[in-house]
Design a protein. Structure first.
Length: 114
């Protein structure tokens, strides 16, 4: 099994920055991809950014140029640097890891005030 613990959420004003961290533990050797998803109020969960073992990244169009995903394989940690935050970024952010199946963290709230 894989356990994921997110941290770093909070309240920030429009234009501000936050950095989310996700620490993976357990059976982490087979993790292929780590990602951040978010689920705004009343909406479905959506992919924000992903990073593979070799460092390849992808981003949702809505966050390109503002968010940066990075990964420390030695520490089994994935970070999401969020800059130029907008009110529409307000959401619960979830860490996701995939080995043979998807694993999810408990989520961390990000609130951007206008």
């Amino acid at each position: 099994q894989v356990q994921l613990v997110e941290s770093g959420g909070g309240l920030v004003q429009t234009g501000g920055s936050l950095r989310l961290s996700c620490a993976a533990s357990g059976s982490t050797l087979r993790i292929k991809i780590m990602s951040w998803y978010r689920q705004p109020p009343g909406k479905e969960r959506e992919l924000v950014a992903s990073i593979t073992n070799d460092g390849s990244t992808m981003y949702a169009d809505s966050v390109k140029g503002r968010f940066t995903i990075s990964r420390d394989n030695a520490k089994n940690t994935v970070l999401l640097q969020m800059d130029s935050l907008k009110p529409e970024d307000t959401s619960v952010y979830y860490c996701n890891a995939i080995d043979e199946r998807p694993w999810w963290g408990q989520g961390t709230q990000v609130t951007v005030s206008s």
